[in-house]
Design a protein around this ligand. Structure first.
Ligand code: CA2
Length: 149
């Protein structure tokens, strides 16, 4: 059974609770429940991790190397634009990773257009709200199935 690791970065625990006009009304708990269900329907298992701490995210990515993870779906949130450490961790584990953003990061402030993590991911899905996580899951299931061949 494929194991997909979902990582959400800083402040995403506030989804659905604060600033719904920007990030929508769905809570992180609801997003994770929907993804868990979609993963199960596809014969996969989803494990989720959220942290507001860069080092904790780096440690979780490193742990994915030995815990049976087949692919990583990550919304690094603000660390997208700043974290060389998360980029290096993703590059080091060499697992297929897909970066997800709820908003279209290229249509917001200039500083959000640059992602340090995107170049070490297989692709980026941005601007489709919660649906983006489901698109990323589909992409990862395709990528990890392809890796088997
Ligand atoms: O669009 C995305 O998914 C972002 O990764 C969200 C980050 C932002 O820094 C990135 O540029 C784009 C912000 C996540 C903060 O989430 C909140 C949710 C509710 C209320 C406040 C913040």
């Amino acid at each position: 059974m494929k194991k997909i690791l979902l990582i959400n970065g800083p402040n995403l625990q506030l989804l659905g609770v604060r600033e719904p006009e920007i990030y929508g009304h769905t809570t992180l708990k609801e997003i994770v429940a929907g993804l868990r269900c979609a993963a199960e329907n596809a014969g996969a298992v989803l494990e989720d991790f959220q942290s507001n701490h860069e080092g904790a995210i780096v440690d979780r990515i490193a742990a994915a190397l030995t815990d049976g993870t087949d692919g990583i779906m990550i919304n690094p949130a603000a660390y997208t634009h700043t974290s060389v450490a998360i980029r290096d961790a993703l590059a080091a584990v060499k697992l297929p990773a897909v970066e997800v953003h709820l908003s279209n990061i290229t249509s917001r402030e200039d500083f959000r257009s640059r992602s340090l993590t995107a170049p070490v991911c297989r692709g980026v899905i941005a601007g489709f709200g919660v649906q983006g996580y489901h698109l990323a899951l589909t992409a990862l299931l395709v990528l990890t199935a392809a890796d088997e061949n």
